[in-house]
Design a protein around this ligand. Structure first.
Ligand SMILES: NC(=O)C1=CN([C@@H]2O[C@H](COP(=O)(O)OP(=O)(O)OC[C@H]3O[C@@H](n4cnc5c(N)ncnc54)[C@H](OP(=O)(O)O)[C@@H]3O)[C@@H](O)[C@H]2O)C=CC1
Ligand SMILES: O=C(O)[C@@H]1CCC=N1
Length: 272
């Protein structure tokens, strides 16, 4: 039974712990640390995991340590964990946006490190995660990291670390883009006189249905789009409006902004 410690017990740690428990990992093999007593109690109550106020205690005998704190918190945890890590040499997994493997090596030592980028649908086992490993990660450790993230949904190895910020741009941050689109659909229907509940239910179910068709039908997004689009019909009118407003350009700019921000987060940490 691999002992796993989560440093930081917020949204993503909760999602990943939930995934592990759901797939049958024993709660007794999981420890988590977080400064908030309320958050710790909730995790212990909900999942039966051991929850600590001190990072060192959570990491004390862990074979795998998963860093689930905000990138900006890294400077605060590196001193206290470095010593434990030098003793134990765990597999270190980081989910922090932007933070590069060479930075993790500098802060925490020459460890086997997997940098990955999951997303919040991990909470319901429908996450999408990109992973990237340094050369110290052994094949069994690679499998171990994948097993942990598989519990949260789909996983894909991305060998070129430079593309990890792109993973953030199209997957880590991207659930928010779909939520924003549903908000916009809802607002548009309300502006036309529909009640908000009905608008939200129709738009959200459409998002679910489209997502399931994308992942389950084996068809390309372009083909699925074509099948909705009757010649000179309503969908064509909407898609032509999107094209006039340069939807593809708008999306490309947004993905570039998220990708760029990942690099900036790392650069800000280089100064600490
Ligand atoms: N949210 C998302 O969609 C995704 C986030 N990520 C990455 O996951 C990481 C965590 O994000 P998320 O879960 O959203 O953030 P949260 O703020 O929900 O979780 C981080 C947790 O770490 C705690 N914390 C703060 N300081 C320390 C410390 N010194 N030691 C231990 N724990 C500490 C925070 O406590 P407190 O609240 O008291 O500060 C909080 O509970 C980030 O690096 C982010 O880039 C990756 C993919 C998707
Ligand atoms: O917004 C963020 O920085 C984090 C990383 C990806 C999703 N949320």
């Amino acid at each position: 039974m691999t002992r796993i410690a989560f440093i930081g017990g917020g949204n993503m740690a909760r999602s990943l712990i939930g995934g592990l428990i759901r797939t049958g990992v024993a709660a007794s093999s999981i420890a988590v640390s977080d400064p908030q007593a309320e958050g710790r109690q909730a995790l212990a109550r909900e999942f039966g995991v051991a929850a600590y106020a001190e990072n060192r205690l959570a990491a004390a005998d862990a074979e795998v340590v998963l860093l689930a704190v905000k990138p900006q918190i890294m400077p605060a945890i590196r001193e206290e964990l470095r010593e434990v890590f030098q003793r134990q040499r765990p597999l270190l997994i980081s989910i922090a946006a932007g933070v590069r493997i060479d930075q993790l090596e500098r802060w925490f030592g020459a460890l086997p490190i997997v940098r990955c980028m999951p997303n919040t649908p991990a909470l319901i086992g429908a996450g999408a995660t990109g992973l990237c490993a340094n050369a110290r990660v052994s094949p069994p450790q690679r499998a171990q990291a994948q097993h942990i993230l598989d519990a949260a949904g789909l996983t894909r190895w991305v060998d070129d670390e430079a593309l990890m910020d792109t993973v953030t741009g199209i997957a880590g941050s991207a659930p928010a883009y779909f939520f924003a689109l549903v908000e916009a659909l809802e607002d548009a229907a309300v502006a036309q006189g529909m009640d908000r509940d009905t608008a939200r239910a129709l738009a959200a179910q459409t998002c679910l249905g489209a997502g399931r068709m994308l992942t389950e039908s084996g068809e390309s997004p372009a083909e699925l789009r074509r099948r909705v689009t009757s010649p000179n019909g309503t969908t064509q009118a909407a898609l032509e409006s999107f094209a006039r407003d340069n939807l593809a350009g708008i999306v490309a700019h947004a993905v570039a902004a998220a990708t760029r921000r990942g690099g900036e987060l790392a650069a800000e940490l280089d100064k600490t």
